[in-house]
Design a protein around this ligand. Sequence first.
Ligand code: KIV
Ligand code: NA
Length: 270
Amino acid sequence: GKRMTVPAIRGRKVDGTTAEPLVMLTAYTMRTAQLLDPHCEMLLVGDSLGQVIYGLPSTVPVTMEMMCAHGAAVVRGSWHALVAVDMPFGSYEGSPEQAFASASRIMKESGCAAVKLEGGEAMAPTIAFLTARGIPVIGHVGLTPQAVNILGGYGARGKSEAEAAKIVGDARAVADSGAFCVVVEGVMETIADEVTRAIPVPTIGIGASANCDGQVLVTEDMLGLFERTPRFVKRYDDLATRIGEAAAQYRDEVRGRSFPTADQTYRPKA
Ligand code: KIV
Ligand code: NA
């Protein structure tokens, strides 16, 4: 099979409706990508790897080197899904030219087909600049974690009418500039619904609305592998408990000399 393309993703929304919602999950490693790939239209190498993989306090310190290295691993581990890589904080906000230099480096070093960047109207000229030069862009509006120092936290956005209107305007600006889909994160449901009706390209919700044209979650959150679990995460498994149990059993067997057994030991053939 052939990998999902940008026009195929964009084309899933026809005349304002998406018959079957798009499935997106984050991946940071080759093996996780392999396991998720058959089930997803898109894999996102999110800058959430800052917290999830590197133990950083936010996505602000995430570097280009991290995004390129993990992006390449995810591309190597996938064959069906479109791989999109987050542009890290500081790599694109300065100017469209800066964004082009960073995005093209991410695409060259990782092999990904698209980048994602946070922001609304302020980023519209940059999105137009990139898409006119061969770089497909995913927008990201609402709760934009790279702006945590402006926002003051990770609470849901759009609780006032003015803020709601700003988020809808941001989504419109991003879509008008050529983004082929838009992540809508951490907003009141009514706003996500309004954005989904307002823009012609697919919306990908996270803490948004079931009416979005697709959904995304951080895989480690969904698997119960990360300690922080925001309200909008559904836990589909509890891998933290299962890993702890496996490690405890290994510990007991090592201390009791019941591991390794003959099955795991090289001996001369009898
Ligand atoms: O970094 C990330 O994982 C993201 C998704 C939550 C949309 O941006
Ligand atoms: Na992100």
